[in-house]
Design a protein. Structure first.
Length: 144
């Protein structure tokens, strides 16, 4: 079930493409976009007060179980990128949508999404409903 968030939970980060992220064609190697998603995901999790350290302290791991990326245009050396992440689902899983764009023009370079599920660290069992701590961090009521 997709939730309408009205962009309540989002983060944006700008970063400049570094030389070490390029491939022999002198564009960002496709695998580095996963790193860019991690950068903005960490900013988003910090913003809601539930980063990886806080997740672990709450007794839950949140592994990524699905990742989709769609490449629209290449990023190049020195280009400033705007990375955006937005939480779009949270009841049974944590789904985050991403947009990577050129900071100057706004041109879309990449769209992506990740799905994370809560795993009880004590039992190593996947939770079929997100734990109450996530609802509290988002400021929404937990389902009954």
């Amino acid at each position: 079930m997709r939730k309408k968030t009205e962009a309540r939970w989002f983060a944006e980060v700008e970063m400049q493409v570094q030389f070490f992220d390029l491939d022999p064609m002198e564009i960002v190697w496709h695998g580095n976009y996963v790193k860019y998603l991690e950068v903005v995901r960490c900013a988003l999790l910090d913003k809601i007060g539930y980063n990886y350290v806080e997740m672990k302290a709450s007794g839950y791991a949140w592994p990524i179980v699905d990742m989709q990326l769609r490449y629209a245009a290449p990023a190049t050396f020195g280009q400033v990128l705007r990375l955006r992440a937005e939480i779009v689902e949270w009841e049974n899983r944590l789904k985050i949508d991403y947009l990577i764009s050129d900071a100057a023009s706004g041109r879309r370079l990449n769209k992506a999404s990740t799905v994370q599920v809560a795993v009880d660290m004590a039992t190593r069992e996947m939770c079929f409903v997100s734990p109450a701590v996530l609802f509290a961090k988002l400021g929404v009521p937990a389902p009954c």
